[in-house]
Ligand binder design. Structure first.
Ligand code: ADP
Ligand code: MG
Length: 613
């Protein structure tokens, strides 16, 4: 395996080129760099403005991102998307219970990855995040007056493989070479200088309270390696709840509760409530005027309102400690992250719980981005005293439906490492499965490098979708990749050894990386189209089968509507138009869902009737 340091020597990281650190937050995002003169991390900002870019995208005559877009949250909510990060790598089923809290429409497609519908267009969370990243890149280039194409991006410690991959994809689509995805708490610890000395061994609690999410992570650092011992939190708890508490208070104060226009007043009061909250972080009272009436709130009242919310975060802290198998006393440092930790009561409660003073000297809105900039600097080879681990120089993955590359080990994974994922068959009675291993950054396997191929044979006859084939990639310390495939129901397995590096020069690695950058947009479009087509083809197949089996239970009208919708979908497939395919898929789903449910219920009813209780 190549070390990062070697890649630098061959020019894959040019020293003079800026590598930025990016905090892609749920509420706010920002970019930081190591200042070339002071060598200290700094957040980038235009003169007289904040370093924070609201993570909001508005689709109007043109697409706007950040402060501009935020203005439309009240005036044009249906076309204004916020908190897209919560949807990263999620299926509709994962998020449907919380969809009421979103002002925009997400499409109902059960186990497929969730998409947001804006007018006639569909956007994946990756598309939305890439728009935010593009804006950050643009602003950074404007401030630095130099192109920015390499970045380290942070994600919450609890993000799974799919969510990390989605974040990588978003970066790529925005024209960024994502050198590494690192955990937000790790970045925050780096910003406080923890983990930057080889001999250091420490256990750190990172308390992160943002706009709409809370998480607590317990990290252990030794030999410059950060290990996440446990994480806990609540993806629907944060500063927004503080704002709402203040709005509640004012609605009562103004005698507006229960009035017809209550919800409208709430909307209008929300921004002022945020202003009040921030003011109360440094003052005892806040006073203002709303529709020519006085409104006010004291710090004492504010604290009594938010204390129950904060109690929940403390319960999470206790749970995180328990999961890590630690007592409070084993925590060496407590690091405060997120804009909402500016509230004095938050600091007091956290410090009381852990029984120690806090690390809160670094700006809590910026600390994660600053840490990402430090990591970027380490990758650029500028910080010498940190251990560099061996990493995979290119991503490793498998060919899936439609010739798509499914990455199991993203590039820059430290080795030794291991990853596995489950796959299934797509034909009834399918007895073999071709496993083709590829290396590279492009979305279609035909553009990547084929490393090995083998067949898993002897899968017992089962209906399509039933076999569970687990494929695992394991890279040992020598850089040998072992790919194993095992059908879990029958236990049959096969494996193969590959040497991913074999025959690749550093220049070739470099060229493959560059290719993936130049073709990013085209690749993502291809991927989106292929995914939409695969989805549509599967839906056509299952609908066809369903009709064959159950046509007696369907009305004339249902049959003809279905047949029309199927024809329309087939036509859209022939036209190769992603958005059209998606909307026709959605239409066919909408037509078939009611009768599919009815037929299922009848079947269950019959089965029950046959049973004697
Ligand atoms: P995220 O990580 O979710 O993107 P941030 O860390 O940027 O979020 O935190 C944003 C939250 O911090 C918002 O709810 C904002 O109102 C709150 N916030 C910012 N400054 C202050 C302050 N001075 N006092 C209280 N809350 C603040
Ligand atoms: Mg954050």
């Amino acid at each position: 395996m190549a070390k990062i340091a070697i890649n630098i020597a061959t020019g894959s990281l040019q020293q003079e080129e800026m590598i930025v650190g990016i905090d892609l937050g749920t509420t706010n995002s920002l970019v930081a760099i190591i200042h070339p003169e002071s060598k200290m991390p700094v957040a980038l900002k235009e003169h007289n403005s904040s370093s924070l870019v609201p993570s909001v995208v508005h689709f109007g005559d043109q697409v706007t991102v950040g402060e501009e877009a935020k203005k439309y949250l009240v005036s044009d909510p249906a076309h204004t998307i916020f908190s897209a990060k919560r949807l990263m790598g999620k299926t509709y089923n994962d998020v449907k219970n919380n969809s009421a809290s979103l002002a925009y429409k997400i499409i109902d497609d059960e186990n497929r990855l969730v998409k947001v519908q804006v007018g006639q267009q569909f956007y994946s969370p990756v598309d939305l995040s890439s728009l935010i990243l593009k804006e950050l890149k643009k602003q950074a280039e404007h401030i630095l007056k130099t192109p920015v194409s390499k970045a380290v991006i942070t994600v919450p410690a609890y993000f799974n493989d799919a969510q990390r991959q989605a974040t990588r994809d978003a970066g790529k689509l925005a024209g960024l070479d994502v050198l590494r995805i690192i955990n937000e708490p790790t970045a925050a610890s780096l910003a406080y200088g923890f983990g930057t000395h080889k001999e250091e061994e420490k256990t750190i609690a990172v308390y992160d309270l943002g706009g709409g999410t809370f998480d607590i992570s317990i990290l252990h650092i030794s030999n410059g390696i950060f290990e996440v011992l446990s994480t806990h939190g609540d993806t629907y708890l944060g500063g927004d709840d503080f704002d709402n508490a203040i709005v509640d208070h004012w609605i009562t104060q103004l005698g507006l509760q229960g009035s017809v226009s209550e919800s409208q007043h709430r909307q209008l009061l929300r921004l002022k409530a945020e202003e009040a909250k921030k003011h109360l972080s440094a003052h005892e009272t806040f006073e203002s005027v709303y529709e020519s009436k006085n409104i006010f709130i004291t710090k004492e009242v504010f604290e009594s309102q938010v204390r129950p919310i904060l109690d929940r975060t403390i319960v999470s802290c206790a749970n995180a400690l328990k999961d890590a198998g630690l007592e409070k006393g084993s925590i060496d440092e407590v690091v405060m992250v997120g804009g909402s930790t500016r509230v004095p009561l938050v600091k007091k409660m956290v410090s009381d719980f852990f029984g120690k003073p806090l690390n809160d000297r670094v700006n809590p809105d910026e600390v994660v981005a600053l840490g990402a900039a430090i990591q970027a600097d380490i990758l650029a080879g500028n910080t010498k005293d940190i251990l560099l681990l061996d990493v995979t120089p290119l991503s490793l993955g498998l060919e899936t439906m439609g010739g798509l590359m499914d990455v199991l080990l993203p590039r820059n994974s430290k080795i030794p490492t291991k990853a596995s994922r489950q796959y299934t068959t797509y034909k009834d009675g399918q007895s073999g499965m071709k496993i083709a291993v590829f290396q590279g950054e492009r979305d279609m396997v035909k553009d990547n490098r084929r490393l090995a191929e083998f067949n898993l044979t002897g899968i017992p006859a089962m209906p399509a979708g039933l076999p569970k084939v687990e494929i695992s990639f394991l890279i040992n310390a020598d850089g040998i990749l072992v790919v194993k495939a095992k059908e879990l129901r029958s236990g049959i397995e096969q494996s193969i050894e590959v040497k991913p590096q074999y025959g690749l020069t550093d220049e070739e690695v470099e060229r493959m990386l560059l290719d993936s950058m130049t073709h990013a947009k085209e690749d993502m479009d291809n991927r989106a189209l292929t995914e939409a087509k695969t989805e549509a083809e599967q839906l056509l197949q299952t609908t066809e089968k369903f009709i064959q089996r159950n046509f007696k239970e369907l009305s004339e009208q249902e049959l003809s509507a279905t047949s029309l919708a199927m024809q329309a979908l087939q036509l859209s497939l022939d036209m190769n138009d992603k958005n059209l395919i998606q909307s026709k898929t959605e239409e066919l789903n909408e037509i078939s869902r009611p009768y599919a449910e009815r037929v299922m219920n009848n079947a269950v009813g019959k089965a029950m009737a046959g049973k004697k209780v």
